[in-house]
Every structure is written in C-alpha cells, then in structure tokens.
Design a binder for this molecule. Structure first.
Ligand code: SF4
Ligand code: MG
Length: 331
C-alpha cells in the first residue's frame, strides 16, 4: 500500500529583515496507513515548521522552497489554495498546542465544530447539529447538549483541547497532525488526551503524525519515530529500536535526559549547549558542538542520512554504513 503521506526533500525558509533563512532542510519521511509516526527533538529543530509546511499554514514570512508533499498520492504543494481548503480540516487535519489561539472566542463550541461540517459535507442544519453533539460526546465532554451553546472561555484547557480534537475528527481525516497536543496540559489530562487520540485512531484507521519533545509520549503512542535536529532528520527507526538501541549521539542524549519518575528521579542529565539557530548552522555535523563523540571530520563534512543494518536511518559519521545514493529510500 502506498503511504498516506510522503515528504521528499522538503525545504522551508523564513524571511527576516530581507534575509531568507532555511529552517527545514531537505527533510524526507513517510507516514503509512494507520501508522502513528512521532517526530521528536528539542524546540527550534524544525518540527512545527515541518507540519505547518505540510498544512500550508506557514504565514506570509515562510515559504517552501523545494521538495514535494504527496498526500494520498497528490503533491499538495502544487494545489491552488482553493483546492487545498477542501483537503485541510477534511482529509488532512491538525491540532495545535494552544487551543485558545485556534478557537474563535466569539463563536460557540457548537457553531465552530459545525462550521467544519458545513465547509466539507452536505449535511443539513439539523443533521449537522446532531453530528456535532455526537462529536462533543465522543471526545468525552460531559453535557454535550449544553456545551454546544457555550463559548470557549467557559471551558478548561483540557476541555478546549477536546473541542479541538472534535473539530479535527469531524470529517474523519486520513491523517491527523498533532503538534505538541498535550504539552500545555497537566499529567492526568495529558494521559486522557493521548488515550482519546489512540481510541480515535483505532476506530477510524487514520494515520497520525505526532510532534512532541517528550519521549514518554513517543513510547506510549508511536509505531515509528523521526528525530530532528537543526532542520534535518538525524535518525529514524521503529519505536522499539529507537528507544532500546539509539544510534545517534543526539538521540542517546535525549533518551538519557528522560527522568525516571517511577524511580523517584529528578532530571539528572541534560545535553549541554543549545540547538544552533537557523542561519547559524555550522559546516559539518550540526550537532558537533554538543557531541561528546565528535571527531575532526565531524567539523568539516556533513554526514549523510545512512541506512543501517537494522533498517534504521542515522546521520552520523560513527554510523556511516550505507550512504543513500540515487533512488534513495525514504525513512
Ligand atoms: Fe557526533 Fe560526529 Fe556523529 Fe555528529 S557526526 S553526531 S559530531 S559523532
Ligand atoms: Mg514546536
């Protein structure tokens, strides 16, 4: 079966003070049908810009300058905005970190979810209302009938995030992109929210692209993981392999810095230094300044994304097994 999403050579730039700066640099990956792909990395590594590039929601300063994004076999970067609008929120939906900024404060919950159905379906007003109430109940919001007429500010953060999920699920998307969907929520609500996304996935067979900086979330939710650093994919593997046998020193550092709450540990380890800013990426390996295993070559030449024996991909001179040549495969 062809993948639901296939991203090839995606390169996105932002312009600031007349200078174009690359933020996402030749990113390749795919999402299979029914799969949950995690994208992990510190903030500033290009995760969110990758998802906004796919949704074509970059805003006026951002621009995809190279690459393709095949969604259900069609390059959505080539579509007219009008055509894109028939896909966005319909076959391809997204939930963001901060629901308050994406919900309209002056429209009732029912109206906002209803708008999605109005835009993408031919349901009549009564049917829409019925379906919206059903959706509100489905995402675990109590008293769906009453909530239908409420305004967003009357709901808690967790409830608003559920509304966002209801909106995203309204048209049963093929692919749900969730960008840090639980970061702003407390631990209990976070767990409920992840459970809800899992349930929806099981029920509808949709694919999920889950962006997070939290490896715990990755472990719990994902089939496969992509690690991003300074605008590039630096490692990808199935979740078990990645967590048990990480290859890239950056991935190893991320895993080491996860605190084991169950053992009563506080965070003991942090990778020293910071992610280099876009526009300040060094020649050679972009992680070199923070890498405890750096060698002379690392500061001079960029490692390529190689395929390893176990099928994972890694961009590091220590694991330069099989450099992908032409007709390269996509992680
Ligand atoms: Fe470290 Fe070199 Fe590998 Fe970069 S290429 S992660 S600097 S060992
Ligand atoms: Mg982000």
């Amino acid at each position: 079966q062809p993948p639901v999403l296939e991203v090839k050579g995606l390169t996105t730039q932002f312009s600031a003070r007349k200078k174009a700066v690359t933020v996402v640099d030749q990113v390749d990956f795919s999402v299979q049908k029914g799969e949950t792909l995690g994208i992990v990395g510190e903030s500033g590594c290009g995760k969110s810009v990758t998802s906004l590039s796919i949704m074509r929601l970059l805003g006026k300063n951002g621009k995809v300058v190279a690459g393709s994004v095949l969604f259900e076999g069609k390059d959505i970067l080539e579509l007219e905005e009008k055509e894109m609008r028939t896909i966005r929120g319909n076959r391809l939906a997204m939930i963001f970190q901060e629901p308050m900024t994406s919900l309209n404060p002056v429209l009732t919950i029912g109206r906002q979810i209803g708008e999605v159905l109005k835009l993408h379906t031919s349901l009549g007003q009564e049917e829409r209302k019925r379906r919206v109430i059903e959706l509100i109940a489905q995402v675990g919001i109590p008293r769906a009938q009453e909530i239908y007429g409420e305004y967003p500010h009357r709901l808690s953060g967790g409830m608003r995030q559920r509304v966002m999920i209801a909106m995203a699920m309204a048209c049963r998307p093929q692919l749900l992109i969730a960008d840090e969907p639980t970061t702003a929520l407390d631990v209990t609500i976070q767990a409920q929210m992840l459970g809800l996304i899992r349930e929806m996935r099981k029920e509808t067979g949709m694919s999920v692209m889950l962006i997070t900086h939290d490896l715990g979330v990755i472990a719990e939710m994902c089939d496969r993981v992509l690690v991003m650093y300074a605008g590039q994919v630096i490692e990808s593997a199935d979740v078990r392999t990645l967590l048990r046998h990480p290859k890239h020193p950056y991935t190893k550092g991320l895993i080491r810095s996860v605190p084991h709450h169950s053992r009563g540990e506080k965070r003991l380890y942090a990778i020293s230094g910071n992610v280099p800013s876009p526009g300040e990426w060094p020649t050679g390996c972009r992680f070199a300044a923070r890498c405890t295993e750096a060698m002379p070559i690392c500061h001079e030449e960029s490692p390529a994304l190689s395929t390893l024996q176990d099928g994972s991909f890694c961009r590091c001179w220590l694991h330069d097994d099989l450099v992908l040549a032409e007709g390269r495969s996509i992680p």
